[in-house]
Design a protein around this ligand. Structure first.
Ligand SMILES: [Mg+2]
Length: 261
């Protein structure tokens, strides 16, 4: 094993709380000069805010180390000229789409792309239906999913993430979304290109049995599950068999050193 990919939410922090041992584990990673990146499906915040949040928790990370769906989607749409784009993201996240031509917030036609992110409780019938009408307008725009996480760990329990809303729109409009985020293999491949390592030499550590562990394994990486964040014991009863299961990210250095001795 040569390199590491860290999920953020549920692995390094949960809500406003840093996970015990996360700071020490990242320091160990730096000290051992282990190449690493952070690969997240978070679309509720721009990358700049993720860096600030991590910094506030005592975790020093540069923006370039974070691989996040909004940045990937912006690059993808810009390179294909698939604009104007209709953004269904929180206001804060719009800064990651700066420079892209965006459609007005009430338009129901004219989009070349429709981008769906985590807008949480802002979802209502009118909003979902506007996305549907945009997708039905000719010529048909492409639907972009900012990750396909099914659910997340919220402050009061599990909450719906992006995937269920994408599924509803795909079903109604008869289209298939392009996924910018986990579990898309292309997202892991982009991370490996930045690391400069092969999949077989890289481990992914996450709290999502499917989106982090299963998807990483499908891409050829080692998949490590932590029992923090959205982890629930029944996760281990499904088809995905993690290569390692750790109580938390605090146990990563010991696991790693055991595999390198
Ligand atoms: Mg997570």
């Amino acid at each position: 094993m040569e390199a590491l990919l860290f999920d953020l939410d549920g692995v390094l922090y949960q809500g406003d709380r840093v996970i015990d041992g996360a700071v020490q584990t990242l320091r160990w990673c730096e000290r051992r000069s282990i190449p690493h990146r952070f690969i997240t499906n978070t679309s509720s915040k721009p990358r700049r805010a993720l860096v600030e949040r991590l910094s506030g928790l005592g975790l020093s990370v540069s923006p370039e180390q974070i691989i996040a769906p909004p940045i990937a989607a912006c690059d993808y749409l810009a390179s294909r000229g698939a604009t104007p784009t209709a953004l269904f993201v929180r206001d804060a996240t719009r800064e990651d789409f700066r420079g892209l031509e965006c459609l007005g917030d009430t338009a129901e036609r004219g989009a070349r792309s429709v981008v769906i992110g985590d807008i949480g409780e802002a979802w209502d019938f009118a909003t979902l239906n506007r996305a549907f009408r945009l997708l039905m307008a000719e010529p048909r725009p492409i639907l972009i999913a900012l990750g396909m996480s099914r659910y997340a760990q919220g402050d009061t329990g599990l909450v719906l993430d992006v995937a269920p809303f994408i599924k509803a729109l795909e079903h109604a409009a008869g289209c298939e979304a392009v996924v910018m985020g986990k579990p898309a293999q292309s997202f892991f491949e982009a991370a490996l290109r930045e690391l400069g390592t092969a999949a077989a030499d890289t481990a992914m550590i996450g709290d999502d049995i499917r989106g982090d562990v299963g998807a990483a394994q499908t891409a050829g990486l080692t998949g490590i599950l932590v029992r923090t964040g959205k982890f629930r014991p029944p996760d281990l009863d499904g088809a995905v068999r993690p290569d390692a299961i750790l109580d938390s990210v605090a146990d990563l250095p010991r696991w790693w050193e055991n595999h390198h001795s």
